[in-house]
Design a binder for this molecule. Structure first.
Ligand SMILES: Cc1cc2nc3c(=O)[nH]c(=O)nc-3n(C[C@H](O)[C@H](O)[C@H](O)COP(=O)(O)O)c2cc1C
Length: 135
């Protein structure tokens, strides 16, 4: 079984318009598909929390690119560990904008309200994202 690295970070958004978020997601998803990276990106209260999962080298490389992206700053890694199986296997990069005053019109980008309940309940990554979603 290949090793899966799971990395969760928190950052301060520099951009937050729906168009900017959609553009981030678009670039993220095409690379993640190539690199077999799964995870979830949440936007809430001007902050991003993202979980990245995949081969250790690929997660490291994508995080390097993400950390240099000027659409956010003040990145802080909250979790970086090896896990037996992915928490977000069925997604390429799930996304949810938790700002109350905004909904994403593109159906593919919207996750149902119970989106985190379907995930592995003991996963540390899921637990962190779930607590961020409740902020
Ligand atoms: C909050 C945020 C999350 C991002 N998530 C990803 C991601 O999951 N995968 C990805 O490839 N790029 C992601 N990006 C975009 C990368 O920072 C970068 O623009 C993209 O990987 C292209 O990098 P490159 O030009 O070095 O190839 C994200 C950017 C931001 C601001």
């Amino acid at each position: 079984m290949p090793e899966i690295r799971q990395l969760v970070y928190l950052s301060q958004a520099v951009v937050s318009t729906p168009a900017a978020l959609a553009s981030i997601l678009k670039s993220a998803r095409s690379r993640n598909e190539r690199e077999k990276i799964s995870g979830m990106l949440l936007f809430n209260n001007g902050q991003f929390m993202q979980c990245l999962e995949g081969s250790p080298e690929k997660v490291g490389a994508v995080y390097q690119a993400i950390s240099k992206d000027d659409r956010h700053d003040h990145l802080a890694i909250l979790l970086d560990h090896i896990i037996p199986r992915r928490d977000f296997d069925s997604w390429l990069m799930a996304f949810k904008d938790l700002s109350l005053d905004r909904t994403f019109s593109d159906e593919d980008d919207v996750i149902e309200a119970d989106f985190l309940q379907a995930m592995s309940p003991q996963g540390k990554g899921v637990t962190l994202l779930a607590s961020f979603a409740r902020l």
